[in-house]
Design a protein around this ligand. Structure first.
Ligand code: C2E
Ligand code: CA
Ligand code: CA
Length: 277
């Protein structure tokens, strides 16, 4: 009976993962995935203790002058047995299990440390952006934690940009907006990440106190061949500019893409065209 319940539980989790309102049968495959994830979770905690994580930075440049305006902190895992592991393969698990909280704290501290070392070594400093997952964003003490790190490294809040996605929207919109306003009040900058990937709620775009809009790279790949993708891009930029937002195009890889973005007055770009992370 115990095994039956345990297996039913796994199937239920799978169903929830698929967006609720559906059913799933338990399979041996599911069992293997769950066990694999448990092992991975163990390895992630160990990796954090043993300093196997690293931050890479990817610059964002303005379209008109090519000046670097900020850099995005992207996490990398140097796993002894697996090699370099991409965040796409462990961030979702980290988010599900809660490991993202200690990991996210580590990323913020690392970003602050690097900013401090740039300042101390007279390296021209640009703001650094960090990615906040929904679970991180919704911690009640997040702002306090960030402020205490800024204090520890003696940094102005203006040097941090927080990248959030619309998945960070909690059930309570008022709470969400209040958190953002509190962040803005202390001088932190906010970017909406992956815009255009989800529902891209226009109402929030209007009400949210944000500085930057990062357009998801899913449109970028088809810009060269598809007039509809170009039309969407044009519309997003004109919408964002009308709302006084600064637009950053993600995933720019080619000169043609860059020239198109210049022609439609996109503000800044990030992508392999200028630099890998
Ligand atoms: P993201 O926030 O959308 O980050 C941009 C991703 O696009 C990065 O992938 C970057 O390496 C990749 N990229 C940049 N330019 C190009 C390009 O020209 N072409 C293509 N094809 N890709 C490009 P990466 O580093 O693998 O990160 C994947 C995702 O993992 C990130 O997507 C972000 O959601 C998440 N992530 C990374 N670091 C962190 C972190 O410290 N905390 C949290 N919560 N999430 C993170
Ligand atoms: Ca991002
Ligand atoms: Ca993004």
């Amino acid at each position: 009976a115990e095994t039956l319940l345990k297996n039913a539980d796994m199937a239920m989790y799978k169903a929830k993962e698929n967006g609720r309102n559906n059913f799933q049968f338990f399979t041996e495959e599911l069992n293997r995935i769950v066990i694999g994830n448990l092992e991975l979770e163990d390895q992630l905690y160990k990796a954090l203790r043993e300093n196997e994580f690293e931050i890479h930075f990817q610059p964002k440049i303005t379209v008109t002058t090519g000046k670097i305006i900020s850099a995005e902190a992207l996490i990398r895992w140097h796993a002894p047995k697996r090699g370099l592991v991409s965040p796409a393969s462990f961030i979702p698990l980290a988010e599900n299990t809660g490991f993202i909280l200690p990991l996210g704290d580590w990323v913020i501290e690392q970003a602050c440390k690097v900013l401090r070392s740039w300042l101390d070594n007279d390296i021209p400093v640009v703001p650094v952006s960090i990615n906040l997952s929904p679970r991180q964003f919704n911690q009640p003490n997040l702002l306090k934690k960030i402020q205490s790190l800024l204090g520890k490294y003696n940094l102005p809040a203006e040097l941090l940009i927080l990248e959030i996605t619309e998945n960070c929207l909690a059930n309570d919109q008022q709470d969400f907006l209040r958190t953002l306003e509190d962040m803005k009040k202390v001088g932190l900058q906010i970017a909406i990440d992956d815009f255009g990937k989800g529902y891209s709620n226009m109402h929030y775009l209007k009400t949210m106190p944000v500085d930057y809009l990062k357009v998801d790279r899913s449109f970028m790949s088809s810009i060269e061949i598809d007039e509809k993708s170009r039309a969407i891009y044009r519309a997003i930029i004109s919408l964002a500019h009308n709302l006084d937002l600064f637009v950053i195009a993600e995933g720019v890889e080619t000169e043609t893409q860059f020239e198109f973005l210049r022609s439609i007055k996109c503000d800044a770009i990030q992508g392999y065209y200028y630099s890998m992370p």
